[in-house]
Structure formats: C-alpha cells, structure tokens
Design a protein around this ligand. Structure first.
Ligand code: AMP
Ligand code: ZN
Length: 483
C-alpha cells in the first residue's frame, strides 16, 4: 500500500517496523464539547485506514488519548483551559464534563461505524509518565524552568519544522485565537511541558511534580500515552491537518529528544471539512453535530458515504445540499442491494477476485476511498450471480463500514411487509428456499383462481402435489413445502 507521509512529503510504500504489528496512534478529542462533524471526518478517515490495514492482514494496535486536561484555547499554550471553559459554561466539574463528552464522542463514533481504538487513555491517567519524560528532558538540557513553568527549548534541535510543506494558512490553523505571547519563553516556538503558573488560578485539576503543583501541557500527553502503550517506536500517527503544527511538531521534538532516536515513521493528516463560510467552529453559527444530522432526518451513514466520496487529503465543503445528495445516493445504494437475492447460486471466487482487484488498487493508492466507492457500484453492475455480489459487498464493507448488508436486509423486510399491505401475492417456502419453477406454478394457480377457473386451479394444485409439493393458503399469498 502506498500512503502519503506528511513527514517525507511523498507517497511511500507502507512497511511497518515490525512484521507482526502495526502501531498506530491517533490524537483523540478534547472533551469539553460535542465533536462537530468536521472533527469526525478526521476520525472517520483514520478508521478507514485502520480497517484497510486490517483487511490487508496486518495486526493493528491502535491507541487514542482523551484530552481532559492541558489543552488551552490556543494550541500554542495560551489562553484559557478548554476543559475549564466547558465546566464553567455548564456549571459542572471538569471531570463531569470530561465523562459526559467522552461518552457523547463514542456514541457519535458508533453511529458513524467508527471502531473504538484498542486502547483509549485519558490524559489525566498518565501524570507519572509525563513527569518521567519531562525529568529526563530537564536533565539533558532540552527543557528549562522559567516563570513557574517548564518549557521545551526548541533551539536545542537541529530541525524543528518537520512538516514544512504546509502553506502559511495551514500553519496558522493550529495557533488560532491569538493571545498575548508568553514572555518566559526563550524562543518563539518553545512550548510548555508542565504548568505551575497559569493566568487562571481556578485551574481545577492539579498534581504534585518536581517543579511544583501544576498540570501537564497538551503536547506531552500524546508522546507519553503513545510510548506507554506502543513503546519507543510508532508506525503511523494520525490527526487533522491543524494538529500538524504546533501539536505534532512538538510531539516529535519532545519524543525524539527524550528517546534519542527517530520516533514515528508515518504522519497521516486529514484535511478539514469546512462549511461554505470557511472553517467549522463550535462557537459560531449552526453547530454541526451528528445529533443535528439525525434531527434533520439524515442517516449518519449517509454522512460517512459523503466523506468516503472524497479524498482525505483534499478539504471538503459541507452544505445541506451536499448532504441531501449523499442521503439520496445512500438510499439508492441500499435499495439496489436489497433487490439482490441471497442464496441465488454459489459464490464465484474468480469473479470475487476480479472485483476485489479494483477496490484494492484504489485503497492501495493513498487510500483513494472515492474510487473504492466506484468499485462498490461496479459490483452491482457485474455479470455474476447475486450471491457473489453480496459476498463481495460484505467484503468491501469490512473497510467502508456503511452497514450495506444489514440495511439492505431491513429494507427487504420492509418491502415484503409493504407488499402484504398493498394486497400483493407473496410466495414463501417453509424452509426458506426459493424455487422459481414452483413459484411460477403457484402464480399460475392464483391467476386461474382470479379468473374463476377453479378447475385449472385445482389441476395445478394436484400437479404440484404429484411432484412432492404441498400448498398452504396464507393471507395475501401461499406457502409451500416439500412433502
Ligand atoms: P479537538 O477535539 O479540537 O482536539 O480535535 C479533534 C480532531 O479533529 C483533531 O484531529 C483535529 O485535527 C480534527 N479537526 C478539527 N477541526 C476539523 C475540521 N474542520 N475538519 C476535520 N478535522 C478537524
Ligand atoms: Zn495529540
């Protein structure tokens, strides 16, 4: 598989460090508010990457943090603590806010068929790990104490900017909500590892440390949580593009200074979902959440399809019109799958392999989900039996996770019920088997009855009986069984 790497700025053949495992880390949500569907675009595309790696046969171990401390309103360690802001807004404690929005996040993920990572670790559970890393950084001269806080000294690095293919606008995204600069920093890009002094004396959560009672900076969380669960090296680290700078840049700085060697090989960044007025925000205009989509009558999986239809390295514009189109496309897709007949022949393995080829080629090419969706439609058009089509659709859905077969089964049931209500004639067999010849004879008997040709109707019943088929009349149809 070829995967774009923000660190090398090339599409490289993906090769994990260890043959038996892919170590994957994802920056988790800051749980001070609901996630908006922009945040969820990032998690959704990362979910596709994880599932595709598993599809290829890799054993993936995926770790995600939950930021419940240390993230200030500016990613450059300035401004107010996001968690505290959320607690004040809702007159709750920080931990109550954290629990509520962590649950809300995973509930949204579930609705979007985003798998929960193997390890989910709240930042507040790893204080000892931060202290261990910061202590070594202090001992080796990569960190300094000033004005009550511990800072990482970026001037000690040979190279600080690793993702310098971003334009000025991308770089600015992470440093939003500009506030006054911190006079204690020796260099402009130095960042806080441990706070004991902040402008906000009401900081709720504090811990003892060698540098005084305080709390960790946001960036140190991800380095420490990743090392705690995945060890000293990492195959893929993911996040939204705004995380590239300063967050991921700082993660690399402190991790490699601490370890004394390279830390992570691949950096995957998902471009933003924007609304037509620009950047999506939790504080401006209509706050786009999964619940809002549902309230407006959309299936969250139609949003998943919408995301899959574009490439993760292109920014995506959200509009209600786009969402309408995605919902129509999703409904049509499910209806077409519902029209396929399960059990219609044997699975044709040659056809399966041919159909899989295009799907794999698409995803092998830097996770081109849009072409993978095209490969999905190709299955419906393919010249093979329905059983084979259903088999391939289930196979693709291990990665795309659109609940294709489950929704189609519900749709099929619905259609059956509607047929009964509409007075249509339904034929079922007791064993569940389908036999077109038997069904044709039963329909011919029904037509004869309708035409009041009862002699012909009786003759067909006898003919069926002679061939070992017993008929039982049921409301709006007939049931048959083999005697
Ligand atoms: P946060 O909860 O703010 O830490 O963000 C959670 C994740 O969402 C991070 O990976 C961000 O980079 C990502 N993110 C933030 N805004 C957007 C957006 N508009 N579109 C896609 N991803 C986003
Ligand atoms: Zn992170």
């Amino acid at each position: 598989m070829k995967l774009y790497n923000s660190a090398t700025r090339t599409r490289d053949e993906f090769v994990p460090n260890h043959p038996d495992i892919v170590k994957m880390y994802t920056c988790g949500p800051t749980v001070y508010h609901f996630a908006h569907i922009g945040n969820l675009r990032s998690y959704l595309m990362e979910d596709v990457l994880e599932k595709y790696l598993r599809y290829l046969g890799y054993n993936v171990k995926r770790v995600m943090n939950i930021t419940d401390v240390g993230h200030l309103t500016s990613d450059a360690d300035e401004g107010e603590d996001k968690m505290l802001k959320g607690a004040k807004r809702e007159h709750k404690t920080v931990m109550e806010i954290a629990q509520f929005y962590t649950d809300a996040f995973f509930s949204d993920c579930k609705k979007l068929n985003i798998k929960t990572p193997d390890v989910v670790e709240p930042a507040t559970a790893c204080i000892d790990e931060y202290i261990k890393i910061i202590t070594r950084l202090m001992d080796t001269g990569f960190a300094y104490f000033a004005g009550g806080n511990v800072y990482f000294d970026t001037s000690k690095l040979e190279r600080y900017f690793v993702f310098n293919d971003f334009n000025a606008e991308d770089l600015a995204e992470g440093v939003r909500e500009g506030v006054e600069a911190d006079a204690n920093k020796r260099n402009k890009n130095d960042f806080v590892l441990w706070f004991t002094k902040s402008k906000f004396e009401d900081q709720a959560l504090k811990w003892d440390s060698p540098w005084g009672v305080g709390y960790p900076g946001w960036h140190i969380e991800c380095s420490a949580i990743s090392m705690k669960h995945l060890g000293e090296d990492l195959d893929i680290h993911c996040g939204g593009i705004d995380n590239a700078f300063p967050h991921h840049t700082n993660e690399i700085a402190q991790s490699e200074a601490y370890l004394g060697h390279k830390w992570c090989n691949w950096w995957m960044h998902v471009l933003h979902l924007n609304d037509k007025d620009g950047k999506m925000s939790k504080s401006r205009g209509e706050f786009l959440t999964v619940s809002l989509l549902e309230k407006k009558g959309y299936d969250p999986l139609a949003y998943r399809l919408f995301c899959l239809q574009s490439h993760y390295r292109k920014s995506l514009v959200f509009s209600w019109e786009n969402m309408d189109n995605a919902q129509v496309a999703y409904n049509k897709l499910i209806a077409r799958i519902a029209a396929l007949k399960p059990g219609d022949g044997e699975v044709d393995q040659t056809a399966v392999e041919q159909l899989r080829q295009k799907f794999r080629a698409a995803l092998d090419n830097d996770l081109n989900t849009s072409l993978a969706v095209t490969a999905l439609y190709d299955v419906l058009k393919a010249k093979t039996n329905d059983e084979t089509k259903l088999f391939v659709l289930a196979d693709f859905d291990k990665v795309l996770s659109l609940s294709l077969l489950e929704k189609a089964a519900v749709e099929r049931e619905k259609l059956k019920k509607q047929a009964v209500v509409a007075g249509e004639f339904t034929i079922i067999s007791e064993s569940g088997e389908e036999d077109p010849e038997v069904e044709a004879k039963i329909r011919a008997r029904q037509d004869a009855k309708k035409a009041k040709n009862f002699a012909e109707a009786d003759r067909i019943r006898e003919e069926l009986k002679a061939s070992g088929i017993e008929l039982i009349d049921i409301p709006h149809g007939a049931k048959w069984k083999r005697i």
